[in-house]
Write a protein that binds this ligand. Structure first.
Ligand SMILES: [Zn+2]
Length: 253
């Protein structure tokens, strides 16, 4: 059974949200989902949605939403039983306030290390800056995943060396995904996760439509083709990897 390690059900308009939640709860192929916060408000909503079975969450301040955010609130929210990670956090060059973003990233890694939680990293053309922070300032001590990894082989080797995880989303199913496929080939079998990043970035054959957790099967299928293993093997391996990284997923089982 699959775990969707990164999704944003909060980003769906309220009208449709319950329908998608029910589809997840009643889908026999989905073990659980990690619903990812983008700022204080959505992180609080994530906690609220954890009352649904199969729902876990991650709380954090995304680099594009750092304005008016009180980082102490993240600490408070992260102590909740069903919060499995700090994220998504990171750096993004869409806005030109990288120095400000770095402060949020560093402070949230400090929180994760204090609470013994892994971090979920968002990197948009910023792998090298994030790795610089890991090398020179602070490293996540309790695990890390680069979600929707932007392929770069040198960065990949550094992350593998650290024992950090790479997660694959819909992009790997696209015709333009040559480099992601190369990464999938190189990443060790015990260091990858699968995610939908729903409602964004639908995999083929639904590219451009609203993405749903059930589409995780297309990502698992693609990785199984790339790695030459069966669908069931990739399904099991990725679920085991996800539980190894996010230890609080195992708590009430
Ligand atoms: Zn995301």
């Amino acid at each position: 059974m699959a775990i969707d390690s990164h999704m944003h059900i909060n980003s769906l308009v309220l009208k449709n949200r319950q329908k998608y939640i029910n589809e997840i709860i009643y889908n026999p192929n989905i073990e659980s989902v990690i619903n990812i916060g983008l700022n204080i408000e959505t992180s609080k909503e994530c906690l609220e949605l954890n009352k649904n079975s199969k729902f876990y969450s991650s709380v954090g301040i995304h680099p594009l939403y750092i304005e008016f955010q009180d980082i102490n609130k993240i600490y408070e929210l992260a102590t909740n039983d069903k919060v499995v990670a700090i994220g998504e956090i990171g750096l993004d060059t869409i806005k030109n306030n990288l120095e400000e973003q770095k402060k949020y990233l560093i402070n949230q890694i400090i929180i994760a290390n204090e609470l013994h939680l892994p971090v979920i990293i968002h990197s948009n053309n910023t792998n090298k800056y994030i790795i610089e922070i890991f090398k020179n300032i602070i490293k996540p001590k309790y695990g890390c995943v680069f979600h929707c990894f932007q392929p770069n082989i040198d960065d990949l080797y550094y992350l593998i060396d650290c024992g950090y995880y790479i997660s694959f989303a819909g992009r790997i199913t696209y015709k333009t995904a040559k480099k992601s496929i190369e990464v999938a080939n190189l990443v060790p079998n015990d260091l990858f996760l699968v995610e939908t990043d729903s409602p964004y970035f639908s995999p083929e054959p639904f590219k451009g439509e609203i993405n749903k957790t059930e589409n995780i099967k297309y990502i698992i299928k693609k990785i199984s083709e790339v790695k030459n293993l069966s669908y069931e093997e990739i399904d099991t391996i990725s679920t085991n990897n996800t539980k190894r990284l996010f230890k609080k997923l195992n708590k009430d089982k």
